[in-house]
Design a protein around this ligand. Sequence first.
Ligand SMILES: [Zn+2]
Ligand SMILES: [Zn+2]
Length: 354
Amino acid sequence: MPETDTHAHMAAAVYTGGGSMAVQRRPIPRPGADQVRIEVARCGICGTDLHLVLEHYARPGSVLGHEWCGRIAELGDGVEGWAVGDRVVAGPRHGCGACRACRTGRPAVCRQRGAAEYFSPDGAFAEYVLVDATRLIAVPDEVDDRAAALTEPLAVVLHALTLAAPQPGDRVLVTGAGPLGLLVVAALRARGIEHITVSEPAPLRRTQAERVGASRTLEPVELPEPPMGEPVADAYDIAFECSGRADAATAALGQLDRAGILVVLGTGSEAPRFNHNRMIVLELTAIGSYNYDDGGFRDALALLASGALPIGDLLDPDDVALDGVFDAIVGSADGRRRGKVLVDPSAKQETRTV
Ligand SMILES: [Zn+2]
Ligand SMILES: [Zn+2]
C-alpha cells in the first residue's frame, strides 16, 4: 500500500457495543508531529479487554488492545533516532515527578496521569497504531515478536513484585492461573522464589501453572477456612490475587501469615469482603497493583531476553487473526485458552472485512 495514499484503509477489530465485536475498515492513521505509525506485529489479549467487552464497559466504536509490539511504518515530523522497520514497544508516559505519589516513589499512580491507555479508542487490535515517539523502546533481537507482546503484562507483574518485595524462602500463594497468574509464577521463579502454590479451579490451567514453575497447585475449595484471629496451618507470606474474583481475594487474605501481604492484580466487577478483624490482629497489608515501575518496560524486555522465562508455556499456542479476537476473548474468559492469546493482525481472516 503506497505511503502517500491518504485514503488507504486498514482492518481493525472494533467493539460495536452490546458485548460484541466486528472487523471493520478504518482509515490508516497518519502520524502527527513527534508521533510514529506502528505496524502491529502481535497484540496480547488482556484480562482488562475481557471485562471491557464481555461486561460492556468499552465505548462502542473503540478498538481495544494495549499489549502490542510492532515495527515502525512511518515517522511523523520531528521524530529523530528511529527508522522505519525498527522493532519497538511503547512504554508509559513518565510521572510528573512533583505530585505526592511521584514524590513517594509511586509514579505508577502519578496524579497527573491521564485516562488509562486501554480506554483509548484507537488500540492495537488493528493493523496499525499511532504512538508518541518519546514512548518508544527498542526490542532486543533475542526477543521475538510473540515474546515482545508480553512486555506490557510482564511490566505489570514486575511492579506487583516490587510492591510485595518477595524474598527467596518466602511462601507465596497465587490465586488464578490465567495469563496473569502464569506470568506472576514465572516471574517469581525467575527471582528465585521456589515455594509457590497456585489455587485454580480449571485443571488445564493448574497443569500450565506447574509447567511455568508452581511448586504446588490446588483447587480453591482446598484452601482452609481461616480460624478466628490466627493464621491457617499452611500460611503464606505473600498472596497475589490474579483471578479478579471476589471469593478468591477473600480466600487469599484468609491464607496469610502474620504480617502477610495481599497484592491485588486481577480486576473484577464484584467487590471482595475482607475481614478487618483479621487484618488488625495479624497486621495484614492489602495493596492494589496497577501500572509499572519506572523503567518497568526495560526490565521486562531484559527478563524476556534473558531466557529465564518459559515463553512457550506462557503463551497460548494459537495466535488469532483480527476476526478471531472475539472468540479468543470468550475462550480466555471461560478458561478454554490456557495462556496469553496473541492477535496477529496480518494473519489471514476467515471473514471478509466490511
Ligand atoms: Zn494488559
Ligand atoms: Zn506525579
